[in-house]
Ligand binder design. Structure first.
Ligand SMILES: CC(C)(COP(=O)(O)OP(=O)(O)OC[C@H]1O[C@@H](n2cnc3c(N)ncnc32)[C@H](O[C@H]2O[C@H](COP(=O)(O)OP(=O)(O)OP(=O)(O)O)[C@@H](O)[C@H]2O)[C@@H]1O)[C@@H](O)C(=O)NCCC(=O)NCCS
Ligand SMILES: Nc1ncnc2[nH]cnc12
Length: 297
């Protein structure tokens, strides 16, 4: 178990290669989490028929080097346009590896921007607690906010564009441009609270996942199930968290029941999955993960 004494000293600055490994490790951890409502894991394929855990592993392998490239770009003060070109090339590698299935488009975008922020010259006050350091790193992404909002999606009529047109919904772009408000105010605090309460990394990841589903306007759910489906998912996850989430003995069983309920409705909170991967990434960078679990040791 993590002791609080270990929480503070690790500096957030890492090399581009370490940032890459942390991001790939975070994608692997997100995949491992079970039961995360409606989503793919090593146990089952949730609400999906076109992808399984092997698809995600191929996708993750295809992204090796991408996060290092963005960390390097961040360190060199690259423009958003330059970073976007690197992101689009990575997305293309992902689609080649999966045969056209969208596994990690959101993660390529959100974790990519966080990798660029992590690679920037570090003026971070390392005496701040890890949660605060992670939040500050998220907030750095705001510097690209105007460009993020102005950029056209490389995919015509993406699911995000469709729900934006139909419901006026905000999505991954708006989250990133605002410095990831849901990640800062919900996902990360839930992850850290669970770790402080003695939860293991996976239970803390699940706790953070449900805290995120409870509040996020996830475009994937709007696309598949409309506002009613999204409202159902948020309410169900909110009730799960109000009952103690993963921090009570009944948590695992309740999460399994939620998973079944989401699958019955074909709900798939892929945006929340990306934010949990981002929380794992930031936790690894800020010393909240036991060193033996980290990929470069
Ligand atoms: C600017 C882009 C984000 C594209 O803009 P777009 O308007 O298309 O964006 P969104 O649809 O809003 O989001 C793209 C992905 O982000 C995830 N997401 C959704 N809602 C949110 C949210 N509220 N907050 C954060 N993240 C969110 C989501 O990704 C996950 O779900 C994916 C599976 O999705 P989908 O294909 O819809 O679902 P399926 O169920 O499989 O489809 P069906 O079976 O129903 O047909 C999976 O990828 C998860 O990761 C959204 O998909 C951006 O993409 C862009 O410009 N990219 C290129 C540049 C770049 O990457 N730059 C980075 C460095 S600067
Ligand atoms: N594990 C997962 N299952 C389905 N969609 C996802 N998008 C990101 N991670 C996912």
């Amino acid at each position: 178990m993590l002791s609080l004494a270990r929480e503070n000293p690790a500096p957030i600055h890492a090399t581009a290669a370490e940032i890459d490994r942390c991001a790939l490790w975070a994608l692997g951890m997100e995949l491992r989490l079970y039961p995360k409502a409606g989503l793919v894991s090593f146990v089952d394929t949730g609400s999906h028929v076109d992808m399984n855990a092997a698809t995600f592993l191929r996708s993750t392998a295809a992204l090796k080097g991408y996060f290092a490239a963005l960390a390097q770009a961040g360190a060199e003060g690259a423009s958003f346009a330059g970073m976007k070109a690197i992101g689009i090339a990575a997305e293309a590698r992902m689609f080649r590896a999966t045969g056209g299935v969208n596994t990690h488009r959101g993660a390529v975008f959100s974790l990519g921007l966080l990798a660029a922020a992590a690679g920037m010259d570090d003026e971070m006050d390392i005496s701040a607690y890890p949660l605060e350091r992670s939040r500050r790193l998220c907030a750095r992404v705001r510097r690209w906010g105007a460009d993020i909002l102005a950029a056209r999606s490389p995919v015509d009529a993406s699911h995000g564009a469709q729900v934006r047109a139909r419901y006026g919904a905000a999505g991954a772009r708006e989250q990133a441009a605002a410095g990831f408000p849901v990640l800062r105010a919900h996902t990360l605090p839930a992850f850290h609270a669970a770790r402080r309460a003695g939860a293991g990394i996976e239970a803390a990841g699940l706790h953070a996942f449900y805290a995120t589903v409870a509040v996020l306007d996830d475009n994937n759910m709007l696309y598949r199930a409309g506002p009613e489906g999204l409202a159902y998912a948020r309410r169900a996850a909110g009730e799960f968290m109000a009952a103690g989430g993963m921090l009570v003995p009944e948590g695992f069983g309740r999460a399994r029941a939620l998973h079944a309920a989401f699958v019955a409705r074909r709900l798939s909170p892929g945006g929340a999955a990306d934010l949990v991967a981002a929380a794992f990434f930031l936790a690894a960078l800020s010393g909240l993960v036991p060193e033996r679990a980290l990929p470069w040791r």
